[in-house]
Design a binder for this molecule. Sequence first.
Ligand SMILES: [Zn+2]
Length: 497
Amino acid sequence: MKLLRRGVATLLGFGLLGTAVSVAAPGPGAPGIGDPYFPLAGNGGYDVSHYDISLKYQPKTDLLTGTTTILAKASQELSSFNLDFLLKVTSVKVNNEPAEFTTDGGELKVTPKTAVADDEDLVVVVTYSDTPAKYRLDGKEGWVRTPTGALAAREPNIAPWWFPSNNHPLDKATHDVNIAVPAGLTAVSNGLLTVAGFPLAGGLVRWHWRSTEPQAGHVTFLAIGKYDLKTSTTPSGLPFVRAYGSDLGADGPAAKASVERTPEIVGVLSKYFGPYPFEAQGGVVDSKMPIGALETQTRPIYPTNMFSVGAVPSVVAHEMAHQWFGNSVSVAAWRDIWLAEGFATYAQFLWSESQGDGTAAELAQYLYELFPTGHPAWSEPPGDPGSGLFTWGIYNRGAMTLQALRTAVGDKVFFSILRTWAAEHRGGNANTADFIALAKRLAGKDLDSLFAAWLDASSKPAVGPNGPGKAAKATAKPKSVDSILKHQHPLSPKGLK
Ligand SMILES: [Zn+2]
């Protein structure tokens, strides 16, 4: 689109002025990055490399005061550009010059004093002060007040409630999150803990977290409250930082028993997927988590009641698998979400297989037979789930798609595909067509009809995930199937994400 606009301008210039010099005027950056499901998600015209987020939060009043500094580079000439943000803004500076701004329904439009040149480095400083809990985006809340603090943790949007951003997985960046909260409270975010409760004037303490790897807005979280913070080092040498709410109650021990196994689970997953892609591991357990578990980068958040049945390491396997699939290899558009959820569900199959609780083949076959013809798992193809995103299809049928691929290409090629996928797109984005192309390249054969049947058709594939024949029939209910299904969105309102 950028090229087309320039091309037209150049032609006009040639016709009117008799010269090939472009007369293109800087235009506004698009208010969306081009996601077919969410036209206003993200923005056009620039690419962010880093967010420096400096905040102060008062839980009693929900007052959040902040300054976010955004380092970006323009990808076109810009007369104005948008950021995704809900809160009331007090000032915006672009390259140290005050800029004009307007806010409207989650879009912060910034008009710099002088137009931005293509390829120009941008330093955008936004200051703000507001009470985030009152806002909704697409009818959903993203900032939830809790008895001792607040939680910013929701999919597919978290960022607009606490920092202005280019809020789409296509524009990932590193982050510094620096926050002052009343003494006695802990503020938790992603990545490395660099300052832990440093005393400030006025009865405040400062917490600072740093994400050194590219991170999308929808997995950048903030949890403020009374937490028991535990830090140690994983066997692989990474910081392992987890925060347990002070009010976990009867489910607390099972929650902790599950999350404490994170490094062990990551070790098992690494054997299948290749090296863990991030700088830290961890987890947060909070009884007020408004949705199910969420794969926030390096440090998933789990609701306490997810563990009411006892320890569920399978949930940890799901959320930590997202660190490879969904967080390191991010979707290029939200339509591709099965590349995150189908893979994370398949990781639960692999975890089950590693624990002797049922093989991936048995689980895939059991689910294939469990869902009758006409079930949403079949009528809602994972290749195009719609803007509701979290359908039956993206989880179970997505995982069955991978089992069908494993059946078609054999274990050696299958795991090579998964590892190559994680390595080639590490820290980046990819779509379903990229995955199919990789699978065909490594398998050396045409797999189009397999993917069409499993990802695109609105009907139950005629052949199950283990291929035709007697051996493909499920014999018994795998031991792990209940723990996989029970915690899965949308079966349970407190399901997985
Ligand atoms: Zn998930």
